[in-house]
Design a protein around this ligand. Sequence first.
Ligand code: P6P
Length: 323
Amino acid sequence: MQRLRTFLEHHCDNPSLVDVIDGLMVACKDIAYKVQLGSLAGVLGSAEQENVQGECQKKLDVIANDLLKNSLRAMPQVKGLASEEEADPVACNPDGEFLVLFDPLDGSSNIDVNVTVGTIFSVLAARPEDDANHESIYLQTGERQVAAGYVLYGPSTLLVLSTGNGTHVFTFDPRIGEFSLQRESVKIPATTKEFAINMSNQRFWLPEMQNYVADLLRGEEGPLEKRYNMRWIASMVAEIHRIITRGGIFMYPYDSREPAKPGKLRLMYEGNPMSMLIEQAGGKATTAFEDIMQVEPTSIHQRVSVVMGSADEVDTVIRYHKG
Ligand code: P6P
């Protein structure tokens, strides 16, 4: 089985980027260990504090964030970082080539009930003149990502990664402490019968989304003429991994409760990296009105409406929103 670093050295033409991904995995292996130990490591439960999003932080949110921050700061290749758990960007090494943005523990509300969580990361290029304390240098469209990935802390610990030449899956082997290639250049089926959305928000969606989901529920008797099944894990990394593995569509759409926030998920370290992985695997990722990776960022923690997965099903959602 090909180890991660060997694979990257053949697939990635920038050795510094290989080092950054390798360094990220050092932190993620430690996070995986602590997630596996759970209560035995005393890392479950609330951290009794809120993050910049106003969300109650779990102990593991803080631990994972600190592990990633410390690992990235030690890498000369990293100029700066931005995290869901940090109000402002953190300058690392002035001569670094890369900016790393991450959600240290996505789905952490599940951690206390032993459901899959994950780390999501996005890598952007930095310019020599950039000041990594300034938010503006991080505000690049998703199309500019040089790498994106997630580490899934589930029954297995998996890394799903793209550096722009396909989406690849690696399994962590605790016997050797390495990630080994499991699937190269995965392809998402264009069609699906599986959708993922939090139905309890139905009354807050746009009419177009309400109409689409209503037709999903009509099954064979409706205009989509298919019997669909539904999934909702409340952990984006787990939902997206299911879609990368067997197809499907994941939606966290516009919600009228907070018109200023077009959705719940964050563009820079959830929407963009997951969009790169999905599109590199032949899927599609849209806000329902424009490609997610073409959304012009205005702030690091901005939110975005998310519809992503099997290309034909995403096209159907876009068609419902064209009126
Ligand atoms: P809800 C986790 O908090 C998260 O950011 C995503 O991982 C997940 O898809 C979504 O929120 C779940 O949101 O409203 O169903 O709890």
